[in-house]
Design a binder for this molecule. Structure first.
Ligand code: 5AD
Ligand code: SF4
Length: 479
């Protein structure tokens, strides 16, 4: 999964784990009569799937009469949607729980619920370790939240960490929280069957299952009608999306789903994340080539550039296979941007193997990467089978080398865009100035340019690039 939609290329972990601290999600518009209802506050950490799940949780609670609040001290129910991917993500959640504890002391009766991957990983242990937590709910049990809250109001500790083989929340229309009104995530599948040896996700999110394709297209259509202009189809491994249509008994593949979504409207941009190199087919690439509105950007995590390490990681491809996929993208989709996830210091990784990762980054010419030092997760195959034997300072040094190189490659990648004109979907004001808009081009690069009359978030503009940084393209509107 992508772990942030606008990364800076340094301190990625910090950004994921800390930048969102205290960032509550709340309604696009306040619901009428909200002030009289019980209020909930929800904070999300980790991947986009978690942010998307929080919108499902909000929808489930709203149907039961709860109203949202962005003010922690005002809430009757505090929820935290958690991430277990690295140890640091879990530490951040525990820090937040200390803050919630203070709120609870001031306002007895406030309930605290832990959602998501940490809830699933720690289960009952959470209630034992963290006395202030009243409710623990895993990613497949959000429909049960109102009942668990009702029980907790009566003083019972509530827990549901049942992992389902069917739940996709297909019928729940997510309440879009805190969005820009232009781009939205649509969850198309849940869980993961891949078993990468370092990864806790298959244990916290369960088996892979695909959501009804028509419910996905209906959600995209509804979003378009409400003014949204970009949807990102989300799944741990979108290329293995496979939904059996019970009426025709035919399966819908990811390439077909992509096409169905692209056909909603030519002005609706379609993105997706995450692709797995072992499953990404040429059919998907050809589908992308056929539709201008399917964005020319692929997040294709390599994890390591060395075949032996990839084997230990159980990624089920090697360096040559990955290079073959890069060549296919370059052949079928010239100009398509590629990004990656990279782990440094995985068990037994040597200096020479680390160099293979650096050379892979050069060859793949990633527009950007999410980069991490390996963090052993309890219960994963790597934790059971291999010694976490690369010293912490070596992991960090390799991580810094990877980050430094990616910064150079990103800058070079962006410099190649100087003088080009891009179609940019406007998302809102730039961070720096109300006189500038910020948007993205098809390659998912952030583009900043001076405002012009008649343009607003959700409109497209043709922008010619004159200046770049490692993270941003700066330009001017052309007629
Ligand atoms: N340690 C470090 N990084 C990890 N990732 C997943 N598990 C771990 C771990 N144990 C990274 C991978 C994955 C991204 C979402 O997080 O790069 O693609
Ligand atoms: Fe984890 Fe691998 Fe599944 Fe991604 S594909 S969620 S890294 S097991």
């Amino acid at each position: 999964m992508l772990y942030d939609d606008n990364p800076t290329l340094v301190g990625i972990d910090k950004k994921i784990d800390e930048a969102r601290q205290g960032e509550a999600l709340f309604w696009e518009e306040q619901t009428p009569g909200a002030e009289r209802r019980k209020r909930f506050y929800i904070e999300s950490y980790g991947c986009q799937m978690n942010f998307s799940d929080s919108e499902i949780v909000a929808s489930v609670l709203a149907a039961e009469g709860f109203a949202p609040t962005r003010i922690l001290e005002e809430s009757d129910l505090i929820l935290i949607n958690t991430c277990s991917i690295r140890e640091k993500a879990e530490e951040t959640v525990r820090k937040r729980l200390r803050i919630f504890d203070q709120v609870k002391r001031k306002r007895p009766g406030v309930l605290v619920g832990v959602l998501g991957c940490m809830a699933e990983r720690l289960k009952k242990k959470f209630l034992e370790e963290e006395k202030l937590v009243d409710i623990v709910v895993g990613p497949d049990a959000y429909r049960d939240l109102p009942a668990l809250v009702a029980g907790a109001e009566e003083g019972e500790k509530g827990i549901n960490v049942f992992l389902s083989r069917e739940e996709t929340y297909a019928d729940i229309s997510p309440l879009r929280l805190d969005g820009n009104g232009v781009s939205a995530f649509i969850s198309i599948m849940r869980g993961c069957d891949n078993m990468c040896s370092f990864c806790v996700v298959p244990y916290t999110r369960g088996r892979e299952r695909s959501r009804d394709a028509f419910s996905i297209v209906a959600e995209a259509t509804e979003l378009f009608e409400r003014g949204y202009r970009e949807v990102t189809l989300l799944g741990q491994n979108v290329d293995s999306y496979k939904w059996l249509n019970p009426e025709t008994e035919k399966t819908v593949s990811f390439a077909e789903l992509l096409e169905m979504t692209a056909l909603v409207h030519p002005d609706l941009r379609v993105r997706f994340s995450t692709s797995h190199p072992k499953d990404m087919t040429d059919e998907v690439l050809h589908t992308m080539a056929r539709h201008e509105n399917i964005c020319k950007y692929i997040h294709l995590p390599v994890q390591s550039g060395n075949s032996r390490v990839l084997g230990l990681m159980n990624r089920t491809y090697d360096r040559e296979w990955y290079l073959g996929r890069i060549e296919a993208i370059e052949r079928i989709l010239p100009g398509c941007a590629i990004s990656s996830d990279i782990i440094t210091g995985f068990c037994t990784e040597t200096e020479a193997e680390h160099q293979d990762t650096l050379s892979m980054m050069q060859r793949a010419n990633y527009s950007m990467s999410y980069m991490f030092a390996y963090s052993e997760r309890p219960g994963t195959p790597a934790a059971k089978k291999y010694a976490d034997d690369v010293p912490e300072e070596v992991k960090k040094r390799r991580l810094n080398e990877v980050i430094r190189l990616q910064n150079q490659i990103s800058l070079r990648h962006n410099q190649a865009d100087i003088g080009k004109t891009f179609k940019v979907l406007i998302e809102g004001d730039s961070k720096r100035s109300e006189l500038e808009f910020k948007g993205r081009n098809t390659q998912n690069k952030v583009v900043v340019f001076p405002k012009a009359p008649g343009l607003a978030p959700g409109s497209y503009a043709q922008v010619r690039i004159h200046t770049v940084t490692g993270a941003t393209l700066i330009g001017e509107i052309v007629a």
